[in-house]
Design a binder for this molecule. Sequence first.
Ligand SMILES: *Cc1c(COP(=O)(O)O)cnc(C)c1O
Length: 492
Amino acid sequence: MGDSEKSLLEPADWDAFRKEAHRALDVALDFSRDRAERAVWTPLPEHARTVDEPLPRGGESLQEVVGEVERRVLPHTLGNTHPRFWGWVNGSGTPSGIVSQLLTGAINANLGGRDHSPIYIERQLIRWMCELFDFPLDAGGLICTGTSTATLYGLAVARHRALGAASRQQGNSQSPLVAYCSAQAHVSVSKAVELMGLGSDALRPVPVLDDFSIDCSALADQIAADVEAGLQPFAVISSVGSVNTGAIDDLQQVNAICEQYRCWHHVDGAFGALISLSETLRPRLAGIEKADSLAFDFHKWMHVTYSSACLLVRDREEHLATFATAHSYLRGEQRGVAGGAPWPNDFGIDLSRGFAALGPWMLLREMGSERLGLAIERNCEQAAWLGRTVDEHPQLELLAPVSLNIVCFRYVASGVSEEQLNRLNRHLVVELQCRGIAVPSFTELHGTTAIRVCIANHRTAEADLQALVDAVPLLGEELLRAGGEPDDFAVD
Ligand SMILES: *Cc1c(COP(=O)(O)O)cnc(C)c1O
């Protein structure tokens, strides 16, 4: 083979490339091992925000490119791999995730379909999840980029059931479909309903109880009223681990209501569903095994490298009927590379799909489901501890019951109005973040600003949470002093 026939994109010298690749692996491992020693987050310097460089026309060495990642990216990451990151719901990754990403890169599989070994890893993973949630072992399922997508797909199957096969040709513009979720549901539910062409008005937010779970009698009343008004209720989306407070809707009651009104029951279990991995916590999900579809993330509380999530659909035929196309599903040929139908593409819309199943598959093999469940239990125990500690602290106020792994509280001081407290607590969260002390987020509960600590982090220790409890009152006092008299306090 002459030089002119060699690949333009392969290394000319494999030995040199191997050394470079090994060095890059060391960079990744060092980063993973040492991340806790640096601030959880710091405001980004200008050079990390620069996006006006011209398209690189000539190349440079891999070493130079990795060096640029070391300078420009690694020092300024979000901090979700740091023990004091409790903002939103982010997974914290695992060192072995680096290895699964390496292998994923080497295999470079397209999981849209065809007959090759990675497809069977995805099927195995889905079957394990059916086992975990007591779904039929041959349920439909798909590995997705996130719960947002999985929920969209689940609701598409629900619509298919409500309107029948003709809806694939005729759409739903003639049908007054309505769906239901709690007022605490994640925005991705509303986005899914919008994308389906129903408009967000077709999603009814149902009031919640004191524990922030859906009020099932209000749900039943709303459905009955909509039926009365000639609308067509087709789906209820319950939350297992609501995003604000970690509330878990009563799945058995929702099942009963769905059965009565022939609605599809979709569970948004983005992070909360995986408490199933814990024998202690799993009874709280009683009824999940009867849901029609379930969406959850591997990249949150199972710490799989982004992004990897899962959709399960109890009735596999209904799942297929929603997405499969004649030219793929009914190919008929089971031998050769085009065999192995139905393909993942027959359960969703992506034809080109990455090997997002390998990370969770490897992690489950390596850790075993029990150890992953224990890590989740530990986070819930830490949240309970934090809740108690906040409750006993004279300058801190717990704002919602601790249901799972989320603690919502605020700093309080006498002589400060509610409105000022809201601004103060918002400011407090931003200062905690900017000073690199810890990363909680803030949220609103019944109009009150809360410091929200979501512990989905296997690296967090009690000392990290104690550091937060110590920092908040000190910072609160400092901000109040800087703001002058409480009445003058303004931070915006
Ligand atoms: C994160 C989250 C989602 C969205 O999941 P993605 O994986 O980010 O798409 C939906 N619902 C809840 C409760 C979540 O926490």
